[in-house]
Design a protein around this ligand. Structure first.
Ligand code: ZN
Length: 347
């Protein structure tokens, strides 16, 4: 049984059968194998909860070594990564960013994975490029949810293929399928878990239906694009205009000196930004961030910037960078409050 890890206070418990878990593991193996992973390679796996040993790990196959997120200290994470010397890293993007920020370039050169598997958080192009450059290897994203586990995975040609033997994924608007290339709400039917069948479940994510051309990776599974995950909220401006985290996050995270940020929309006309900043940037950054956000919003908003916050992470160690306290009342999805949870750590 897994609770979804959202922060709205309501938790939907999802029950998976043991047989379903076994099948999910085979899907993970299929995805990682397609990226070049082999079961005897060293894997560094970031996790908050201690890993449960899997039967094949006792045979020396598919062994995962944990970077323990309970220490909450990037230096400790870095030292653990160096000690593991992984050929594959599977991690939340925000954890790797924390490590990159404390590591010297000599330390980073000691970690040379062949691939990095990212999951559970919204992956922006800026974050992807930072991780790719720091570790000098390619990154591959994974769209997974607590409810279904594998929904879509990114192939080595950087396209997201729906796991069509695990889910039926539909992109709909007003209940009708959208045309290929168009955006809509993602609705999922699970094919694996018989303990708790979910049929045409509105997961709360926005995506684009794929075009049906063959991908160079050889997969015949349909493609899709995730436009907006539930991990971060939209910002709703006083006029009612909604801004996607895909627009809001880069406006902040690409400003030099910012190590981590959490933006909380307290009211339609009030946002609070909590910042963790590098030395030497303390005086200039609050004004710079307020200016960047004022320009982005283009509407009267009270913007408060706070330094030295101990940024709040969810129980699993995952960072949500945009939390809206007004977004939910503005969303049509409020009709199904139990489905509002953000997706969590599922690997
Ligand atoms: Zn492909």
């Amino acid at each position: 049984m897994e609770p979804t890890s959202g922060s709205s206070g309501k938790v939907l418990h999802i029950y998976h059968s043991q047989a379903a878990f076994d099948t999910y593991f085979s899907f993970v193996f299929r995805h990682l194998s397609s990226l070049g992973y082999r079961p005897w390679q060293r894997v560094a796996y970031t996790a908050f909860d201690p890993l449960v040993s899997l039967p094949w790990e006792r045979l020396g196959l598919g062994v995962r070594q944990q970077v323990d997120l309970r220490s909450r200290d990037a230096r400790t994470f870095l030292n653990e990564l160096i000690a593991i010397n992984p050929q594959l890293i599977t991690a939340f993007p925000s954890i790797l960013l924390m490590i990159i920020r404390v590591a010297t370039s000599a330390e980073l050169r000691r970690i040379r994975p062949q691939a990095i598997h990212l999951h559970s958080e919204l992956l922006t192009d800026g974050i992807r490029d930072t991780i790719r450059m720091a570790f000098d290897c390619d990154c591959f994203d994974d769209y997974s949810t607590i409810e279904f586990h594998h929904v879509a995975t990114e192939c080595r040609h950087h396209r997201y293929h729906t796991a069509a033997d695990n889910v039926i994924l539909e992109v709909v608007r007003d209940g009708q399928p959208v045309a290929p290339g168009e955006e809509g709400e993602i609705v999922i039917t699970g094919l694996t878990n018989q303990a708790m069948p979910l049929i045409r479940y509105a997961i709360g994510d926005v995506g684009v239906a794929g075009v049906s051309e063959r991908c160079g990776c050889g997969s015949s599974f349909p493609t899709m694009e995730l436009v907006q995950g539930r991990v971060d909220d939209f910002i709703v401006l006083p006029s009612g205009r909604r801004l996607s985290p895909r627009i809001v996050n880069p406006a902040i995270e690409l400003i030099p000196g910012i190590l981590e940020h959490v933006l909380i929309q307290e009211a339609r006309d009030h946002v609070v930004v909590q910042l963790h900043v590098a030395e030497g940037y303390r005086d200039s950054l609050p004004q710079q961030v307020a200016f960047a956000l004022r320009s982005l919003f283009g509407e009267p908003m009270r913007i408060e910037v706070m330094l030295d916050q101990d940024l709040e992470r969810g129980r699993t160690g995952k960072l949500r960078s945009i939390i809206s306290k007004v977004h939910r009342s503005a969303s049509h999805l409020d009709q199904v409050p139990a489905l509002h949870q953000s997706y969590g750590e599922v690997h």
